[in-house]
Structures are given as structure tokens and as C-alpha cells.
Design a protein around this ligand. Structure first.
Ligand SMILES: Nc1ncnc2c1ncn2[C@@H]1O[C@H](COP(=O)(O)OP(=O)(O)OP(=O)(O)O)[C@@H](O)[C@H]1O
Ligand SMILES: Nc1ccn([C@@H]2O[C@H](COP(=O)(O)O)[C@@H](O)[C@H]2O)c(=O)n1
Length: 204
């Protein structure tokens, strides 16, 4: 199983993190939410640290910093993620993670296209912007963060536009990625579909 890599990309709140965690638990793979790297750089950037300096100095505990999931941090993450030197500073860590013994799942925006173009399984998880915003709104409301649906939808759309429109490693499906549209899928069904796909790839 050494070096078996699952690359899961998709837009904000499409469900790729949820699917990645479940798939990693099912197969015993390590999981890296690569969005956390950009969010950790964003937290430091909002504190006044230069984004490149922050990316070069990242340490494991930064990925557990307070506030990483806040909407303002997500927006700043998509701004620092458009900087080619910031992206370049984070490549080696992600590629090393992908080659872990025992298999790895990485989710993000450019995993199948740039970070792990040779991944054994590539998925592109989508859902309509409205459904994604509804899910994120429910999540934020559930954790006590005051917000409203229109604001969350605007945030999701702004992030999509920035992530798809940047010159370096834009969000897009790899040519050989399998698309999973979760708009009308329950979490368990989406996970089951992805587990079945990975099992079929492992059988060859
Ligand atoms: N199929 C689904 N049906 C209903 N809710 C879902 C589904 N998939 C994910 N969710 C919920 O939607 C929210 C967003 O999911 P998740 O965090 O996995 O998305 P993501 O693509 O990793 O987001 P981000 O890129 O912003 O980190 C979570 O609250 C999650 O529980
Ligand atoms: N591989 C990646 C992962 C993330 N980004 C950027 O970070 C932002 C936050 O990511 P989440 O997955 O936590 O939502 C995201 O909007 C991207 O701008 C990236 O560029 N590449």
C-alpha cells in the first residue's frame, strides 16, 4: 500500500473534507486537509506577518491555531493562495505527506493537478453554490458564529472566483479525475460511492 495516494479536490464547502476524513478512516490512510496550510498562513498574514515568511515558517501546531475555520480567515487564505511563492513554499511538505507508507488522502484545490498528478485515485467533489452555502451556514450557526445565508453565499462565491481565476494552480478538475456531485447526495451515500471507487482502483 506504500505511496497509494487519493487526491480530492473541489470548491469551498463541497464536502471534500468530510469525504476525505471518512475515506481515510475506512482505509487506515493518513489524511491532510491542505486548506489548513493556507488558512494557517492567512492567520499569520492577518496578524501582519508577510505571507511568504509565514509559509516558510509553518509548524505543525499552526494547523491547530484558533480561528482557522472563521470566514475572514477563509477569505484571506484564498488571497495568500494566489501568491505563487506561497504555493511553492508548501509543495514539498504536501508531496512528502502524499508518499507516506500506508497510503494518504489529501484534499484541496490542486492536489490532482499539481501536487500529486500521479495519484492512484483523483476525485473532484462539487455541489451547487447554494447547497454549499446552506451547509456552511448550518455549520457556522451550529458553532455559534453569527452570520446569515446571503453573506455565506457571497463568501463561497468570492472564494470560488478567486480560486478558479488565479494564474497559478487554479481550481479545476484533473483530466483523469472522477467528478462526484454531492448536491443531492447524503454524506453517507457520497462516502460509500467514493469508498467503492477506491476499492475498484485498488483491485486494479
Ligand atoms: N453530502 C452532504 N450532505 C449534507 N451536508 C454535507 C454533505 N457533505 C458535507 N456536508 C456538510 O457541509 C459542510 C461542508 O463540508 P466540508 O467541510 O466537508 O467541505 P469542504 O469542501 O472540505 O469545505 P472547505 O473547502 O471550506 O474546507 C460540513 O458542515 C459538512 O458536514
Ligand atoms: N490545495 C489547496 C487548498 C486550499 N487552497 C486555498 O485555501 C483556501 C482555504 O481552503 P479550504 O479547503 O480550507 O476551504 C481555499 O479557498 C483556497 O484558496 C488552495 O489554494 N489550494
Amino acid at each position: 500500500m506504500d505511496g497509494f495516494t487519493v487526491a480530492i479536490d473541489g470548491p469551498a464547502a463541497s464536502g471534500k473534507g468530510t469525504i476525505s476524513r471518512a475515506v481515510a478512516a475506512h482505509f487506515g490512510f493518513a489524511h491532510l486537509d491542505t486548506g489548513l496550510l493556507y488558512r494557517a498562513v492567512a492567520v499569520k498574514s492577518l496578524e501582519g506577518v508577510g505571507p511568504l515568511q509565514a509559509a516558510l515558517a509553518l509548524i505543525a501546531s499552526d494547523l491547530h491555531a484558533e480561528g482557522l475555520r472563521m470566514p475572514a480567515v477563509a477569505q484571506e487564505a484564498s488571497r495568500v493562495a494566489a501568491m505563487p511563492d506561497v504555493r511553492a513554499a508548501l509543495v514539498d511538505f504536501q508531496r512528502s505527506f502524499a508518499l507516506r507508507a500506508g497510503g494518504a488522502v489529501l484534499d484541496g484545490r490542486d492536489i490532482g493537478t499539481v501536487i500529486c498528478p500521479a495519484a492512484q485515485v483523483k476525485l473532484f467533489v462539487t455541489a451547487s453554490a447554494e447547497v454549499r452555502a446552506q451547509r456552511r451556514f448550518a455549520e457556522l450557526s451550529g458553532t455559534g458564529h453569527a452570520t446569515n445565508f446571503e453573506e455565506v453565499l457571497a463568501d463561497v462565491q468570492a472564494r470560488d472566483a478567486r480560486d478558479m481565476g488565479r494564474a497559478d494552480a487554479p481550481l479545476r478538475p484533473a483530466e483523469d479525475a472522477v467528478e462526484v456531485d454531492t448536491t443531492e447526495m447524503a454524506i453517507d451515500d457520497a462516502v460509500a460511492a467514493v469508498v467503492a471507487l477506491i476499492e475498484s482502483k485498488r483491485r486494479g
